[in-house]
Write a protein that binds this ligand. Structure first.
Ligand code: FAD
Length: 414
């Protein structure tokens, strides 16, 4: 039997595609992992904004099979950067013509007078590809707030296809003919929230094969057993883990260098207000300035055409901070007011706080090498690590589904 640790998108997808007998063990009392939705008081909130830009038609069709088209929205992305007193289109590097003239000249000058051609980390890549002004006005402050670390620690390709690169020619061309297409020019979202996708996946599975409140606390690779917190000992033929990779190493008793693994945490406030606020079109806004506690605020009401403001607010922390959400809620409200996202006559009527830990892993040269070699070693013991945290990567749920599908295809042949 295959034992699958974790009932997030990845674990459930593996269960869907395997042709072997399986059992999914989930630590919490609910399935979905980070792809969960809260529906309360007329508000629809996810574990932070979860929007979808499927690249693979086959994956999209599988997920949409049970969702009626009228229960989906597919808006053309309308996002902004709050830059000092104005809004600038995203991505910043392609919209420097929207800055005050002096600042635009600085950006252009640095873009073309940049002698640095070689880079070995994420921060150097930003300087090298875009010049000091674009890097220091937006790319560095924004990403430092998000990742909560010095960006010179990250691998030069830490964001993979999610980073909006732009050639100099494109930047100039965009001055007149705006083409802000990024990897997600439009996006799809179920009116009932991201959990609808989990429901689509799980409709292919037998409910008795998924057990919640079953935290795996130890793994014995030699005897091929897992132990749960309540003392059950379960034998497996193959173990599929979606645990954060360093946690899996710990449970398997594999020695590893802890300094290789770091990540950020994201505190999310989902907040519903009594009326519509001043931001009535944008889907989300990026906040690079440190005077705002959050790095991004998204607007469910503008995505779902609702008549009361419903936002998610994302705040980045390093992985050492012990987060008590109550310490940050009032500050978040004050900053929303200062940023002009809400006005003083609006009252919040409901809110929830979620701590995502880990949220964004720090992809470094060392982590890439360590994950690769240790994954290969685990596979020789019939332990397979997949998923956003199991592969210690930056990805979307589509990537999770494809990775699970590929592993199942490969193991089905064995
Ligand atoms: C801020 C943020 C925004 C995002 N936005 C998007 C987006 O817009 N679009 C998109 O496609 N993707 C987005 N993602 C990515 C998406 O959330 C993930 O790719 C996906 O949810 C990961 O699924 P997973 O199953 O790999 O991991 P998880 O969702 O983390 O699932 C792992 C499961 O394992 C369980 N578990 C942990 N420890 C144990 C244990 N010891 N025993 C048993 N079970 C255990 C957990 O409880 C959890 O249910 C975003 C992620 C973040 C952090």
């Amino acid at each position: 039997m295959d034992i699958i640790i974790g009932a997030g998108v990845t674990g459930l997808s593996y269960a869907w595609f395997t042709d072997k007998d399986y059992l999914v063990l989930e630590k919490t009392d609910a399935i979905g992992g980070y792809c969960k939705t809260t529906k309360r008081n007329g508000f629809v909130w996810d574990y932070s904004g979860h929007f979808f830009h499927f690249q693979d038609k086959a994956v999209e069709e599988k997920l949409l099979k049970d969702i009626p088209p009228e229960r989906l929205v597919e808006p053309v992305k309308n996002t902004k950067i709050k830059y000092k007193d104005r809004y600038v289109e995203y991505p910043f590097q392609k919209n420097i013509h929207q800055l005050p003239q002096e600042e635009m000249i600085d950006c252009l000058y640095d873009l073309f007078n940049n002698s640095q051609t070689d880079y070995s980390n994420f921060k150097e890549m930003l300087y090298c590809k875009f010049g000091a002004s674009i890097a220091e006005k937006f790319l560095i402050p924004y990403n430092t707030k998000l990742y909560a670390c010095d960006l010179n620690k990250l691998d030069k390709d830490a964001m993979g296809r999610f980073f909006p690169y732009a050639e100099k020619e494109e930047i100039i061309r965009n001055f007149r003919a705006e083409d802000n297409k990024s990897y997600n020019a439009s996006f799809m979202y179920p009116k009932d929230g991201a959990f609808e996708y989990v429901k689509s996946i799980v409709s292919n599975l037998r409910s008795e094969k998924i057990e919640t409140n079953q935290e795996v606390v130890a793994i014995d690779m030699k005897n091929k057993t897992v132990r749960t917190r309540d003392g059950r000992l379960l034998a497996y033929d193959r173990l599929i883990s979606t645990l954060p990779f360093p946690k899996l190493l710990e449970l398997c008793g594999v020695e590893y260098d802890r300094s290789v693994y770091s990540w950020n945490q994201v505190l999310v406030f989902n907040i519903g207000f009594d009326k519509k606020g001043p931001v009535d079109k944008f889907h989300w806004i990026y906040f690079p300035e440190n005077k705002y506690i959050f790095y991004r605020v998204g607007f469910y009401d503008n995505i779902l055409s609702q008549d009361r403001t419903s936002v998610y607010v994302e705040i980045g922390f390093d992985n050492k901070t012990v987060i008590d959400p109550r310490e940050y809620f009032n500050r978040a409200l004050l900053d929303l007011l200062a940023a002009g996202v809400i006005h003083k006559h609006m009252m919040y009527v409901d809110y929830e706080a979620i701590v995502m830990d880990p949220a964004y892993v720090h992809i470094t040269k060392e982590s890439i090498e360590d994950v690769k070699s240790k994954k290969a070693m685990l596979a020789t013991n019939d332990v397979y690590s997949i998923g956003r945290y199991g592969s210690w990567t930056y990805c979307s749920i589509e990537d999770n589904i494809k990775e699970a599908m590929q592993l199942a295809d490969c193991l089905n042949k064995k």
